[in-house]
Design a protein around this ligand. Structure first.
Ligand code: HEM
Ligand code: HEM
Length: 221
C-alpha cells in the first residue's frame, strides 16, 4: 500500500530567516573585503556575529528542529546515513539528517572563527577589529593571517554544502531547498509534528543578540 504523505511545517520562520540573511551577509562580507569597503565589512561581520549568537540561543530554546539536541547525532549515525546516500527512498527526515547536523555545526564553527579572528584583525592602514588594540600588534597580525586562511575553509565548506544539497536531489530525489524556503515538507501522515516556538520569541532572542554585540563593541572601543 502506498504511504500517504502530508505537508508539515519543519522549519520555523526564525531559522529560515537566519539562513538566508546569513547567506546574504557572507556574500556582503566577501565582496566588501575584496572591494576594500571596510566600514561595510566590519558592519556585516558584526551582523554575522549577531546571527551566530542568535543561532546558539535558538539552538537551545528554539523549535524542535532548530535544537542542537535534536539534530546532533553520533558520528556513527552520520556515517551510516552517508553509506545509504545512493539509496532512493522517500524523504522521512524531520529537520537535518544525521550527516547534515555535523555540516551545520561545522559551518557555524568556521563562521565563528572568522568573526573571532576578524574582531582582532587589522589591515595595516585604517581598519582594525574592535579587539585589535587590546590583543596587541603581533597577535593581531597572526589572527589577520588566520582570518585570510579560514576564509578559504569557508569557501570550500560552502561549495560542499551546496553540492550536498544538489547530491540529495540527484541521487535520492530529495528536495531540501524548498523546505528551507517555505518551511514545509511532505512527510508520512503518521509523522509526529515537531514543536514550533512562536516567531516573537525568535525576535526577542534576535534583539537580545544584537544588544549583546552593541554592548560588547561599546565596552571595548
Ligand atoms: C554563504 C553561503 C551559505 C552558508 C554560510 C550556509 C549555511 C547554512 C547553515 C548554517 C545551515 C543550517 C541551518 C540551521 O539549522 O540553522 C544551512 C542549511 C541549509 N542550507 Fe545553507 N548556507 C549557505 C548557502 C546555501 C545555498 C546557496 C543554498 C541553496 C542551494 C543553501 C541551502 C541550504 C539548505 C537546503 C539547508 C537545509 C539542509 C537540511 O535540510 O538539512 N545554503 N546552511
Ligand atoms: C567582526 C567581524 C569582522 C571584522 C572586524 C573583520 C575585519 C577584517 C579586516 C581588518 C580585514 C583586512 C585584513 C588585511 O588587510 O589583511 C579583513 C579581511 C577579510 N575579511 Fe574580515 N572581518 C570580519 C568578519 C569577516 C567575515 C564574517 C568574513 C566572511 C565570512 C570576512 C572575510 C574577509 C576576507 C575574505 C578578507 C580578506 C580580503 C582580501 O584582502 O582578500 N570577514 N577583515
Amino acid at each position: 500500500m502506498r504511504q500517504l504523505f502530508l505537508p508539515m511545517r519543519i522549519w520555523d520562520l526564525p531559522t529560515r530567516l537566519f539562513h538566508w540573511v546569513l547567506v546574504a551577509l557572507v556574500l556582503t562580507s566577501w565582496i566588501s573585503a575584496k572591494l576594500n569597503v571596510m566600514p561595510l565589512h566590519v558592519l556585516s561581520g558584526l551582523s554575522i556575529m549577531t546571527l551566530l549568537i542568535f543561532r546558539l540561543i535558538w539552538g537551545i530554546i528554539g523549535s524542535d528542529t532548530a535544537r542542537f539536541t535534536h539534530f546532533l547525532k553520533s558520528p556513527a549515525a552520520a556515517i551510516r546515513h552517508l553509506l545509504a546516500l545512493t539509496r532512493r527512498e522517500p524523504d522521512t527526515e524531520v529537520g537535518h539528517n544525521a550527516a547534515g547536523g555535523w555540516m551545520v555545526l561545522g559551518l557555524l564553527g568556521i563562521l565563528s572563527v572568522q568573526v573571532g579572528s576578524g574582531l582582532c584583525a587589522n589591515d595595516d592602514v585604517m581598519t582594525e577589529g574592535p579587539l585589535a588594540l587590546i590583543v596587541g600588534k603581533d597577535l593581531s597580525d597572526w589572527l589577520t593571517h588566520i582570518h585570510h586562511l579560514n576564509f578559504v575553509l569557508i569557501e570550500i565548506a560552502v561549495v560542499l554544502h551546496v553540492l550536498a544539497i544538489v547530491t540529495y536531489r540527484v541521487l535520492k530525489g530529495h528536495n531540501l531547498l524548498l523546505p528551507m524556503i517555505t518551511g514545509r515538507k511532505r512527510l508520512p501522515g503518521a509523522t509526529a509534528a515537531p514543536r514550533m516556538m512562536h516567531p516573537m520569541l525568535g525576535l526577542a532572542v534576535f534583539v537580545l543578540s544584537a544588544a549583546v554585540v552593541v554592548l560588547f563593541v561599546r565596552s571595548v572601543s
